[in-house]
Structure formats: structure tokens, C-alpha cells
Design a protein around this ligand. Structure first.
Ligand code: ASP
Length: 584
């Protein structure tokens, strides 16, 4: 080893020891006769001290050390005169007797400090420098611990970690596939897995009983703060189980992770039907850290002459506690918020429940004080509360009110990042109507089984059939989801038929799975969690990027290696791919 110790471990108990440290120069200071250099490595920072009077050449050498130089220093541990209580090594310094520059560094394009001056793009371009900063080191340490604890729990529960291939053919899971051309099979393509779904099911057919994998998945979709084109799942599957068994096993995993990483004991997770989640929160991933549930008002408010409400399929509102003192400006800001194109409401109706028991609303022209009293009763509103109401098409209005509820939750500081409210959302619909293609799509994926008791509706009212499908949601973030699978060939064929696959299409894409179902496929089910999302949640951040060592930007680019990028014409020729823009 080039060093005897790290820069994070020496304390007063090491006084007088001779040590050698290696690391990067965080900063240096010349104070008359003394030069101090902060030396940093993954473990921490230790102060190196050089005395001009004791060793002039050495001190002069120290003065040439620039930021981020890689240095090896030998010396003796000594108690410091002015101590730094903020760092574990702050009581000591090293009186250096020899220093060697292992490598020089250009001046970094941004400061390597907790609060850096570098913009996002610049930091992504020099990610290896950004990764030297403490906040990122902490994120990656958290992620490491998370993966480690997941493996520990799963191993204790008899799960085998088994790798599945990355070069596969597409599994339809809703997103677009990334494809990879095959040189040896010209004109043919692999797809990168959106998830190992069919492989993990085949492992159940093979009798492996309990499988898991920390696995990269690839989806070519539009990116947001919580989405990356490649991300990591904790992918799991079990044999001979019912929904209840999966929920218990993985509630156990999450409780274990909260305990081991955050020292938080979670109570049993509540369960919520999908239909209730949609009706009361307008979302299949409700943030239940706070109430503010939806109340539907059609019966109360229609036929009183207010056209907007009369014409609406749904009139629905929330009650924001203690917000009746909102100013004109604040109410206008809320109206602007719901009118944003991403939210899509036409307008916002408010009712202030005044302290004196009267009401002030934006629709006073149409509704008497008695009418507004009835609204207020419906919400159980108190003096000082603010009722906010949206109206229009049912689905759009629910999703707009969901956004408004979350916004109010944020404004009223009801979304404390240190509080965690998990739940299971269960009984998802099997199918979802797609307006564009005018046909049903699988809401989860085509391998999810319908509930036995709803199966009779499959021909007559397929939209009503519920699935054995579930999501785990924490603080409004979907951390994972899964289902009990179809393991019967005929039912799987029917499912593909329902989804509009011809028999040939189903066979060419999924013949391998349906064939396998003919060789003793056991009942099975599973779930997958987003590892990056769990890490971000535990770290108290909305962005998964900080928990991925080398993430891509919002256009799916890796700014550091500059990818994607064109390939050479030789490579294209070898793959027999002709680009329209090739010769431009
Ligand atoms: N493969 C599914 C997904 O990635 C999870 C599952 O059904 O286990 O969402």
C-alpha cells in the first residue's frame, strides 16, 4: 500500500504515530510561517502542516501544490492548536516530513465543495470530478448499502440471485425498446430488456422457486427527474404464492430496508383499492402523508344556474385547512397553476370559510350562503379553511385536482421528507382503454392474471375486470409493482387475443413462454422495485440522477462520453445498415 491510513480515520488517539496518507488537495493556506493543506480522500479530510522555519524547502514545495493534485505525505500525528469540531479528524494535523506529488491536476472547472459553483451540464461533463464531492459520495454510499441490504434480506429468504440476458427480444411493457442490430444475423435486431419479465417467469417454470436480481432495465421513453433510459430494478419472482404472500414478503423487505438504512420502524402498510385511490386522490400513487381527500359535489352544486358546473361530468373539490386567509394574489397563482397546459383545468372555484361563519366564494352570484354551508358540511370544513373545486371531464378533472392537492400539500408544508407513509394499491384493472389505438392495452403487462371472480366479465365488459396486480407506494412515489401471473397456456392465449394480437403475432413473440406453460408451469407471481427511486427516497431527494454514478441528461445523452454518437461507415456496412443521412 502507498499509505498507512486514510484521510478520515486519524484522531487524537493516534498522536505521535508516523503515518503516510494519500489523497487530493482540497485547498491550501499560507499563514506566514506555516502552510496548511487539506488532503481529501473518500473517507474524509486531514490537515497537513508545513513549518517554514523547520524545513524551508519542504514548505516551499507544499506551496506549489494546486487544487486536486494527488499527493502522498508522510509525517507525525499531532494535536492541533485550533481545532475543527465539524470533522472527525479536526483535532489533529500531520506534521509533514516528506511529500511527493503522485500526479498534478489542471484547475478543475468548478469547485469541489458541497455547494459547488458548477452548472448541471458542466458537472455532468466532468462527472468524475462531481463525484468527488461529498453529497454525491453520500448518495453512492447509500446506494451501495441499499443494494447490500437487499441482497442480505433476499438471501435470508432463500431467494437465488440469477442473471438474465441483456440481448433479448422485445417484451411489450408499455415503453419503446432500445434495439441492437445483429452483425451475424443481418437485418435482425436484439432488444434490450425493459425488464426480465419473461425470463423470471421461465425460471419459475424451471423450478427455481424464489428468484431476485439487481438488474439494469432499459426503456426508450421521455425522461423526467425520476426517469432514466437505463435504471436498476430489484426484480423478484416466487412460485406457489398468492397475492397476499407477495405483499407480506416485500412489505417485509421494505420494513427491513427502512430499519437498516434509516432506523425507522414502519407500521403495517395500509391497502387501498385502485378505484378508491382514483376517486379519493385522483391518482394510483396517492401521497397519504396528508388528508385533503376529494369530495364529489355534483349532487350539491348542479342545477343552480352555474353553467360550468351544470355541464361538467364531474365537480370535485378538496378542503385546504387553514388557507382561507389566502390573498387574491395567492388564489390567482393557484388558478394559473391549474390552467397550465400540463395540468389542463379551465379554471378554479374557491370558497373561503371565514372566521365569522360566513363564506366568500368566486361563485357568489350563483350560490347562496346556505348553499355554501352545505358544501362546507360535505367537506367537514372549519372556519379558516379554503375549499377548492374543479369541474369537467371525469379523468382529466381528477388528475388536475391530484396536482392541485399535491401543490397545496407542498404549500401548506404537509409533505415532510422525513416522514414516510407507505401503502399498497391493489385491485388494479386488468385492461386500460387506449384512445389513440382505440383498443385495450394491458394496464400492467400481458402476463398479469385476471381476478377469478371478475373473469366472467372478460367478454362482456373487459374494462371492469380487475387484475391480481399491486403497487407499493411511498409518499406519492411508486416504488414497485407486480402481479400474480397467468400460468396457463389457454388463458395466456386468450389474453393476447383480447389485446388484439393475432395468433401468429402471439406465437412469434411469445411462443417460447406459452410452450413453456405446457411443461408443468407452477402458479407464480412477483414484483419489481426501482432501486434508484428507493435510494432517492431514502436520501430525501426527488431526483434519481444523484444516486446513479453516471446518469444521462434529459435528452438521454451521456455528456461525459458524448453518447449517443454516430458510428463509422465500416461499422454500418458490417451491419448492413444504410442511414439516410449517412453521406451528408
Ligand atoms: N416486470 C414488471 C415491471 O418491470 C414488474 C413485475 O411484474 O414483476 O414493472
Amino acid at each position: 500500500m502507498l499509505r498507512t491510513n486514510t484521510c478520515g480515520e486519524l484522531t487524537i488517539s493516534n498522536e505521535t504515530q508516523e503515518v503516510t496518507l494519500c489523497g487530493w488537495v482540497q485547498k491550501s493556506r499560507d499563514l506566514g510561517g506555516m502552510t496548511f493543506v487539506d488532503l481529501r480522500d473518500r473517507y474524509g479530510i486531514t490537515q497537513l502542516a508545513f513549518n517554514l522555519e523547520v524545513d524551508k524547502p519542504l514548505c516551499e514545495k507544499a506551496r506549489t501544490l494546486g487544487r486536486e493534485f494527488v499527493v502522498k505525505a508522510t509525517g507525525f500525528v499531532k494535536e492541533r492548536e485550533s481545532k475543527n469540531k465539524n470533522i472527525p479528524t479536526g483535532e489533529i494535523e500531520i506534521i509533514v516530513t516528506a511529500v511527493e506529488v503522485l500526479n498534478e491536476s489542471k484547475t478543475p472547472p468548478f469547485t469541489i465543495e458541497d455547494d459547488t459553483d458548477g452548472g448541471e451540464e458542466l458537472r455532468m461533463k466532468y462527472r468524475y470530478l462531481d463525484l468527488r464531492r461529498n453529497p454525491l459520495k453520500k448518495s453512492l454510499a447509500l446506494r451501495h448499502k441499499l443494494g447490500f441490504e437487499v441482497r442480505k434480506y433476499m438471501n435470508d429468504q432463500e431467494f437465488f440471485e440469477i442473471e438474465t440476458p441483456y440481448l433479448i427480444k422485445s417484451t411489450p411493457e408499455g415503453a419503446r425498446d432500445f434495439v441492437v442490430p445483429s452483425r451475424m444475423n443481418q437485418g435482425e435486431f436484439y432488444a434490450l430488456p425493459q425488464s426480465p419479465q419473461t425470463f423470471k417467469q421461465l425460471l419459475m417454470v424451471a423450478g427455481y422457486d424464489r428468484y431476485f436480481q439487481l438488474v439494469k432495465c432499459f426503456r426508450d421513453e421521455d425522461l423526467r427527474a425520476d426517469r432514466q433510459p437505463e435504471f436498476t430494478q430489484i426484480d423478484c419472482e416466487m412460485c406457489f404464492v398468492e397475492q397476499e404472500d407477495i405483499l407480506n414478503t416485500f412489505e417485509g423487505l421494505m420494513k427491513y430496508l427502512f430499519k437498516s438504512l434509516k432506523n425507522i420502524e414502519l407500521a403495517d402498510f395500509p391497502r387501498m383499492d385502485y378505484a378508491i385511490a382514483i376517486k379519493e386522490y385522483g391518482s394510483d400513487k396517492p401521497d397519504i402523508r396528508f388528508g385533503m381527500k376529494f369530495h364529489e359535489l355534483n349532487d350539491l352544486v348542479q342545477n343552480k344556474g352555474f353553467n360550468v358546473f351544470d355541464q361538467a361530468e364531474l365537480v370535485v373539490g378538496i378542503c385546504a385547512e387553514g388557507a382561507a386567509n389566502y390573498s387574491r394574489k395567492q388564489l390567482d397563482a393557484l388558478t394559473d397553476f391549474v390552467r397550465k397546459p400540463q395540468i389542463g383545468a379551465n379554471g378554479l372555484v374557491y370558497v373561503k370559510c371565514n372566521e365569522d361563519g360566513t363564506f366568500k366564494s368566486s361563485v357568489d352570484k350563483f350560490y347562496s350562503q346556505e348553499d355554501l354551508q352545505e358544501w362546507s358540511n360535505e367537506f367537514g370544513a372549519k372556519a379558516g379553511d379554503l375549499i377548492l373545486v374543479l369541474a369537467g371531464n371525469t379523468n382529466k378533472t381528477r388528475s388536475a385536482l391530484n396536482e392541485l392537492r399535491l401543490e397545496m400539500g407542498t404549500r401548506l408544508e404537509l409533505r415532510n421528507p422525513n416522514e414516510f407513509s407507505p401503502l399498497w394499491v391493489v385491485d388494479f384493472p386488468l385492461l386500460e382503454w387506449d384512445e389513440n389505438s382505440e383498443r385495450f392495452h394491458a394496464m400492467h403487462h400481458p402476463f398479469t392474471s385476471p381476478k377469478n371472480e371478475d373473469y366472467h366479465l372478460i367478454k362482456t365488459d373487459p374494462g371492469k375486470v380487475r387484475a391480481n396486480a399491486y403497487d407499493m407506494v411511498v409518499n406519492g412515489v411508486e416504488l414497485g409493482g407486480g402481479s400474480i401471473r397467468i400460468h396457463d397456456k389457454e388463458l395466456q392465449e386468450k389474453m393476447f387475443d383480447l389485446l388484439g394480437f393475432t395468433e401468429e403475432e402471439a406465437n412469434s413473440q411469445f411462443g417460447f413462454l406459452m410452450n413453456a406453460f405446457e411443461y408443468g408451469a407452477p402458479p407464480h407471481g412477483g414484483i419489481a422495485f426501482g432501486l434508484d427511486r428507493i435510494a432517492a427516497l431514502f436520501g430525501g431527494s426527488d431526483s434519481i440522477r444523484d444516486y446513479i454514478a453516471f446518469p444521462k441528461n434529459n435528452s438521454g445523452r451521456d455528456m461525459m462520453i458524448d453518447s449517443p454518437s454516430p458510428i463509422s461507415s465500416e461499422q454500418l456496412d458490417e451491419l448492413q445498415i444504410e442511414l439516410q443521412t449517412k453521406h451528408v
